[in-house]
Every structure is written in structure tokens, then in C-alpha cells.
Design a protein around this ligand. Structure first.
Ligand SMILES: Nc1ncnc2c1ncn2[C@@H]1O[C@H](COP(=O)(O)OP(=O)(O)OP(=O)(O)O)[C@@H](O)[C@H]1O
Length: 258
């Protein structure tokens, strides 16, 4: 497994290293005798958007759960910021609480409706604060789940396939929203996804996970907003598919690197 170390993503010429917001060294997670993650190293810079992609069952969610502090049964060192937030494929809203109460659920102090409404307005749900979660569409529920991350004012946002269950158009809108929120708030993001295009649309860097660890890393050298019709986008797309073992017999695969 390749060790992946933080790259300085500041403008060309400025090689001053920045501190990492996530620092992982020698992480191993075993289930019984089997190491699903084996001696993994990773740094994520403040404000960096990193996508993690890989075949089903390779350990992506396991890794994200460790970073979210939902799993402490590990070996190695993991340093993450205290202010972090997580959103999953299912919005995980409590059905008997109104949307705004869901947004501030678990925050210390009295439920702060103003704060919830501000976050809901940011995701375009200012008019939905009072309703029950069951009346929200799939896309709206997922936006409420993003509002719940915003009220935590995170330094690190962990996203586990947050758009996986959405239809194509809703997904596109949700991706744009995530990109806008990221730009506005400046937190670092680790996005677990199965979608190569989504990874290239959103991330500064894409990590390809294979059994036990991170096997490849791609720095996405494309200007934002990303244009999927650009030739370079196609080159990076094919590179990722090749690493993922997708059969590209009918396309040119040798123009993207290795
Ligand atoms: N609590 C557990 N006990 C035993 N094995 C587990 C446990 N949690 C995960 N695993 C195993 O660890 C491996 C990695 O699982 P994980 O859910 O992290 O994969 P993933 O890459 O997120 O998959 P997917 O893309 O399908 O969501 C799988 O083989 C899974 O069966």
C-alpha cells in the first residue's frame, strides 16, 4: 500500500507546508483476524476537498467511521478536529421532531431555532423549518441533513455517499450545493463516493482505495467550476476508471498517466 502524504495545494511557487486538519499514521482496523485497513497514512489540509473512491467492501465507510470517531477499536494514530460533522446516504432525521429541531439535535444548550433556520435557509429550506421530516422529498431531506452539518460550524465535513440515493437531476443540484457550501465555509471535506464523475467535479484530490488501504492518488488539476466536456476531465476520468479496474477496451486509456 502506498503511503499518501499531504501535498501543499497552495498557489504555485509557495511551498510553505500547511498544518493538516486530518493526520492519520499507521491506521489499522481489524475485524477478527482480517485487517480491513492496514497501516494507512493520510493528511488532509485545512479547506481541502478530498474524495475517497473504491470498490464495494474495500473499507471506505470503515475509514470514515474512524475519522468520525464512531469507531475507536483501532491501532495507529488518528488526529481530527474537534469540530467535525457527518452526513450519510440516508438523511437520518428523527421522524417525530420538526425539521428545525432535527437540525440542531445534539447541539449543547437550548435548541436554537434561529441558528437552525439560518442553516436551513442556506440549503434552500428556509420555508420547511416547521414541517415533519416525512413531508420532505429525498433531495430536501438530504439538504436538511447538510443543514445539520452547517450548524456545527465544522472544520471537517465527512460525507458518506450523501447523494447515492438521489435521482440524477437532484443529485446534480445537491453536488452544486455541496460545492457552494464548501467554498463559502472553507472547511475540509472527505467525501466517500462510488461515482468517478462526482469525485472529479468536486474534489481537489481523489484517493483510490483498494483492499486494506489507499493505492492511488490523483490531484485534480482542473479549474472550477469543473467542465466535464474538457478533454482533461476525460483523461482524469479514464485514469481513475483504469485504477478501479474498469474495462476500458473501447477507449484510449494511455493518455492519462501510468
Ligand atoms: N462491524 C463489522 N464486523 C465485521 N466486518 C465488518 C464490519 N464492518 C465492516 N466490515 C467489513 O469490512 C469491509 C469493509 O466494509 P466497508 O463498509 O468499510 O466497505 P465500503 O468500502 O464502505 O463498502 P461500500 O462501498 O459497499 O459501502 C467489508 O468486508 C465488511 O464486511
Amino acid at each position: 500500500m502506498a503511503a499518501v502524504l499531504h501535498r501543499n495545494l497552495s498557489p504555485a511557487g509557495d511551498e510553505t507546508p500547511r498544518p493538516s486538519v486530518v493526520r492519520v499514521r499507521g491506521l489499522t482496523r481489524r475485524f477478527g483476524a482480517r485487517a480491513v485497513i492496514d497501516n494507512l497514512d493520510l493528511d488532509i489540509a485545512p479547506g481541502e476537498f478530498v474524495a475517497l473512491i473504491g470498490a464495494s467492501g474495500c473499507g471506505k465507510s470503515t475509514f470514515l467511521r474512524v475519522l468520525a470517531d464512531l469507531d475507536a477499536d483501532i491501532e495507529g494514530e488518528v488526529a481530527v478536529p474537534a469540530r467535525r460533522a457527518v452526513a450519510f446516504q440516508e438523511p437520518r432525521l428523527i421522524p417525530w421532531k420538526s425539521v428545525w429541531r432535527n437540525v440542531v439535535l445534539g447541539l449543547p444548550g437550548l435548541p436554537n431555532r434561529g441558528r437552525a433556520e439560518a442553516a436551513l435557509a442556506e440549503v434552500g429550506l428556509g420555508h420547511r423549518a416547521e414541517v415533519w421530516p416525512k413531508v420532505l422529498s429525498g433531495g430536501e431531506a438530504q439538504r436538511a441533513s447538510l443543514a445539520r452539518t452547517l450548524v456545527r460550524d465544522p472544520d471537517l465535513l465527512l460525507l458518506d455517499e450523501p447523494f447515492g440515493a438521489l435521482d440524477a437531476l437532484t443529485r446534480l443540484n445537491a453536488q452544486t450545493l455541496v460545492a457552494d457550501l464548501w467554498r463559502r465555509h472553507g472547511y475540509a471535506v472527505l467525501l466517500v463516493t462510488h461515482d468517478v464523475e462526482e469525485a472529479l467535479l468536486l474534489a481537489d484530490r481523489v484517493l483510490v482505495m483498494e483492499a486494506r488501504g489507499i493505492a492511488h492518488e490523483l490531484v485534480v488539476d482542473l479549474p472550477r467550476p469543473r467542465d466535464i466536456s474538457r478533454e482533461r476531465f476525460g483523461v482524469l476520468h479514464r485514469q481513475l476508471l483504469t485504477w478501479l479496474g474498469v474495462n476500458l477496451r473501447d477507449t484510449a486509456v494511455h493518455d492519462g498517466g501510468e
